[in-house]
Design a protein around this ligand. Structure first.
Ligand SMILES: [Fe+2]
Ligand SMILES: [Fe+2]
Length: 248
C-alpha cells in the first residue's frame, strides 16, 4: 500500500513527526554549514570568477537554510534552537575552510552527497518539504556542475591532482558514513515505509557513487581502498563494495 501524503504540518504526528524532524535537522545542519564553507571560500578561491561563484553559492545555501527555517516554524520548532545544536562548520565537515583544494573536493564530494538525499526529500510524503526541494535541487545542479569543472581543471596539473586524490581518499569514506548513515536498520525501513524516502540507503549511496564514477573515470580519479572505509567505520553493502572496487 502506498504511504499517504501528509499535506500540512498539523497532520504530521507521533513517530512520523519525530523522524521528519530528524531528517530535516540533518539537512539543516548541512545547508547552514555549507553556506559557511562557500562564504569562507570567497576569500580563498584563486580567481575572481571562482570568488563570485562562491558568493552566489553561499547565497543559494542561505536560501536553502531559510526554506528549512520556514518549515521548522510551520512545525512549531525554533530554527535558532536547532542551529545552536550544530557543531562548528569546519568540525562538522572535518574540513580546512581556508584551503581551496579542500573546498573543491568538498564541492565535488560532500555537497553532492547532500543533493542525493534531497532528491529523496523532493519526492517525500511530507508535501510542504517536497515542494520546497524542487528549487533547491536546481541550485544544487549548478554546484555539482562547478564541482565537476573544478575536478577537470585540477586534473591538468599533476601535483595539484595528487593532492585532490589524497584529500578525496580522506573525505569520501567520511562522507559515505556521515551523509548517508548506516545502510541497514529499522530507521531506514521506517523512512521507506512512511514515504519520507523512496529508496533504501543502499540504493541512494550506489546512485551517488555511480554518478561520480563517470566523472572520475574521465580524469583518472580513483575510489579510496576499502580499508579506508573500514578505518572510519563506514558500513558498506556488497553492491556498494562492488562499485568501489570497479574503479581502484
Ligand atoms: Fe544546499
Ligand atoms: Fe550545494
Amino acid at each position: 500500500m502506498a504511504a499517504p501524503t501528509i499535506r500540512t504540518p498539523e497532520e504530521a504526528k507521533g513517530d512520523y513527526r519525530d523522524m521528519l524532524l530528524r531528517l530535516m535537522t540533518r539537512q539543516f545542519y548541512a545547508e547552514t554549514a555549507t553556506a559557511e564553507v562557500f562564504g569562507r571560500s570567497i576569500s580563498c578561491a584563486p580567481t575572481l570568477r571562482e570568488r563570485l561563484l562562491a558568493a552566489a553559492f553561499a547565497e543559494e545555501e542561505a536560501d536553502h537554510s531559510q526554506r528549512l527555517c520556514n518549515l521548522f516554524l510551520g512545525l512549531g520548532v525554533d530554527p535558532e534552537a536547532v542551529f545552536r545544536s550544530r557543531p562548528p562548520a569546519a568540525q562538522f565537515w572535518s574540513l580546512d575552510l581556508d584551503n581551496w583544494v579542500h573546498v573543491a573536493v568538498f564541492n565535488f564530494t560532500v555537497d553532492r552527497a547532500g543533493s542525493q538525499q534531497i532528491m529523496e526529500y523532493r519526492d517525500s510524503s511530507y508535501q510542504p518539504w517536497a515542494e520546497q526541494m524542487v528549487a533547491v535541487l536546481e541550485d544544487e545542479e549548478g554546484h555539482y556542475g562547478n564541482g565537476v569543472e573544478n575536478l577537470r581543471a585540477f586534473a591538468k596539473d599533476k601535483a595539484v591532482f595528487g593532492e585532490f586524490q589524497r584529500l578525496y581518499f580522506q573525505m569520501l569514506p567520511v562522507t559515505v558514513k556521515r551523509a548517508f548513515g548506516r545502510p541497514t536498520g529499522v530507521d531506514n525501513d521506517y523512512c521507506v515505509t512512511v514515504g519520507l524516502k523512496r529508496h533504501t540507503t543502499e540504493q541512494v549511496v550506489n546512485r551517488y557513487l555511480e554518478e561520480m564514477r563517470g566523472y572520475m573515470r574521465e580524469v583518472g580519479l580513483k575510489f579510496p581502498p576499502l580499508k579506508v572505509f573500514a578505518e572510519v567505520g563506514a558500513e558498506l553493502m556488497p553492491s556498494t563494495r562492488e562499485i568501489l572496487l570497479s574503479n581502484q
